[in-house]
Design a protein around this ligand. Structure first.
Ligand SMILES: [Zn+2]
Length: 219
């Protein structure tokens, strides 16, 4: 009886469907989200900048990302980071003794002030809780705000993003030579992460690849 009463108080509403739940997202929505998980997340782990993606940016997962970013349900981003980590650990794509430095792709300071957080950093937090990889929150800084990318051609996108990043102070003063994994929320054309990796490599850092929660189907 007492337990039942207590559990009533501990319940909150699922941010995606309003059902009462004792978890961050209700079981029903978790199941739906997991149906967007890619069958081969390691498929793009090759080439100059290998990529590992958890799911397909569509339907419920798209809705969840919007609720996370725009309605500020940070627990969704953290949970997606945990799922990304659990899947990542199933594939052993890098040496397990490596413990690379995790750097979230930053958004511009002005945008971060308005939103209240950097979405990639929240995902990275969940990811690092599971993997125990060290997290460098402000390893990269976005120095230039960029135009929305969707209307631009590939060449315009590249020019738009060029020089948009610099090393954060925390990374400048970091003397350990650890390789880096970048984390982003949505991987579309890759222009942004490629520029971030290019800048890091230019500074003598080794970038192992990019981890992303989701990508549109047409990739
Ligand atoms: Zn739900």
């Amino acid at each position: 009886m007492l337990n039942n009463i207590l559990s009533l108080f501990l319940q909150n509403n699922c941010p995606l469907c309003e059902r009462a739940t004792s978890e961050e997202i209700c079981d029903y929505c978790q199941k739906q989200l997991k149906s967007f998980q890619l069958k081969q997340p390691q498929k793009f782990w090759k080439g100059d900048l290998p990529l590992f993606v958890w799911g397909e940016y569509d339907g419920k997962l798209k809705q969840a990302i919007a609720a996370f970013k725009y309605d500020k349900h940070l627990q969704i981003g953290e949970l997606l980071g945990v799922w990304l980590a659990e899947t990542w650990q199933n594939y052993s794509l890098i040496n397990p003794n490596l413990f690379p430095l995790i750097i979230p792709i930053p958004i511009h300071q002005t945008k971060e002030k308005i939103r209240g957080f950097n979405q990639s950093e929240i995902i990275a937090r969940g990811f690092c809780q599971v993997t125990k990889y060290p997290l460098k929150k402000r390893g990269l800084i976005r120095v230039r705000s960029t135009k929305p990318m969707f209307s631009l051609t590939v060449e315009e996108k590249e020019n738009n993003i060029k020089g948009a990043f610099k090393l954060g102070k925390s990374l400048q003063n970091y003397s350990v030579s650890r390789p880096i994994l970048l984390i982003d929320d949505i991987y579309t054309t890759g222009t942004t992460v490629k520029e971030a990796a290019r800048m890091l490599q230019h500074q003598g850092k080794k970038v192992l690849g990019v981890l992303s929660v989701c990508t549109p189907r047409h990739l």
